[in-house]
Design a protein around this ligand. Structure first.
Ligand SMILES: [Zn+2]
Length: 411
């Protein structure tokens, strides 16, 4: 799935209409959730029941009927997604806990942190149309939203050509509100294959705060400069919100500044992660990394660490994306003893987090992270030849491309 994104240019009334469609989506989602909560257990509400209920909502509320029927459906599906996630977590016995990183509330991070009971939504930011409710202008970069919400024709600002893809391959059209305006996303079903020649290289990656990653060849990729800038400026912007009186216009403004700073940072972070991942996948046939649980990663109060975690998570998604695209192998290995084990002889060499070197009695002397990266690569190689059980991700990766994974077509 390829996601193309354009900035939307329109009149004020049209923006209001988009906002209204976004609100309706939230209304339907929350109504469906309420319906599920209130239903007796025997009713066994499933996605079909919610879908049916959303049709009832169309009959009951004019403003729901005004939204395209497939968009209504997709709103009901959002509720089902939250509910089914909750069921899954119950099965897996995952304790629900909201992420403690207000600063890094990026969409992906939020999605994975809400592991508990589904919540009512208050700040929905998007409306999703599927294959109907819109018409693409065949020549100009314009889209017309055709339902009765009154959105009408929108100009699309962006350098790529949506017209080069058959309309049939456009599976979803999403209108998204961000801190700096509205965006239109097209989710396109294409085989984005770009098979790269094999290089004969294999690599293991270890991630940390000290550097962006350390690989099994001993290379340490430094953290980008914006990492350090981020912390200061985000912290500052966030503090300013709480200094202002609740409900005041000053607070609203401070919040907007914080949001736009945050948006800029998450874009930089995404671009950086993407560039790194592309390079790594191009020059290696196998890329191994630890299968770290996002849930665990998020539970920390250290801002620098949260930033590194969020970036690493993006990096991993992009690695899986490019591995699939280039015909390479991305392997996630279980994170067991990767830093304690000696990569040379296999002995366990205990060390605390502050010990930065690995020194073993066998004579092995390496940077702590390089030792870990070699272990990660060894685990992946073993997994590939079938000696050890692991969750190897082959050419077919199951990664869903989230809102932020925008493949920008380069020409
Ligand atoms: Zn050793």
């Amino acid at each position: 799935m390829l996601v193309l994104e354009y900035k939307v240019k329109a009149k004020k009334l049209q923006y209001l209409a988009i906002e209204e469609a976004i609100k309706t989506t939230q209304f339907i989602r929350n109504k469906c959730l309420r319906y599920w909560i209130d239903a007796p257990r025997e009713a066994k509400i499933d996605r079909f029941a919610l879908n049916k209920y959303s049709t009832e909502l169309r009959n009951e509320f004019k403003f729901v009927a005004n939204l395209n029927s497939m968009a209504v459906q997709s709103s009901a599906e959002r509720a089902w997604l939250a509910i089914s996630r909750f069921y899954e977590n119950c099965k897996k016995k995952v304790a629900g806990k909201k992420a403690e990183n207000a600063v890094l509330g990026s969409p992906q991070v939020e999605r994975f942190s809400k592991t508990g009971y589904p919540k009512f939504q208050h700040n929905n930011r998007s409306v999703e149309y599927k294959t109907s409710g819109w018409v693409l202008n065949p020549i100009k970069r314009r889209i017309t939203i055709t339902d009765k919400k009154g959105i009408g024709e929108l100009k699309l600002l962006g350098k790529w050509d949506i017209q080069t893809y058959p309309v049939k391959s456009i599976k979803r059209v999403r209108l998204v509100r961000r801190a700096d305006g509205y965006y239109c996303q097209f989710c396109i079903d294409v085989e984005a294959s770009d098979i790269q020649p094999l290089t004969g290289n294999e690599i293991g990656l270890d991630v940390g705060i000290e550097s962006f990653y350390t690989d099994s060849n001993g290379h340490q990729e430094a953290n980008p400069k914006f990492f350090r800038k981020v912390e200061k400026s985000v912290k500052h912007a966030q503090r300013r919100i709480y200094k202002k009186k609740k409900g005041s216009s000053g607070r609203k403004r401070a919040r907007a500044i914080f949001a736009s700073k945050h948006l800029r940072i998450s874009r930089q972070r995404n671009e950086h992660a993407k560039r790194m991942a592309r390079n790594v996948c191009k020059s290696n046939d196998l890329v191994a990394y630890e299968n770290l649980q996002v849930r665990n990663l998020l539970r920390n109060h250290c801002l620098a660490k949260s930033i590194a975690d969020a970036s690493w998570y993006l990096f991993r998604q992009w690695i899986e994306y490019f591995a699939g695209k280039f015909g390479k192998l991305a392997v996630a290995v279980a994170p067991h003893y990767t830093s304690q084990k000696c990569s040379n002889c296999g002995a366990i060499v205990k060390k605390s987090l502050s010990t930065r070197t690995h020194v073993c009695s066998c004579g092995c002397n390496l940077h702590r992270d390089e030792n870990a990266a070699i272990n990660i690569l060894n685990l992946a190689s073993e997994a590939r030849t079938g000696h050890v059980q692991s969750n190897a991700v082959g050419l077919v990766t199951s990664t869903l491309l989230g809102e932020s994974l925008l493949e920008q077509v380069t020409r």
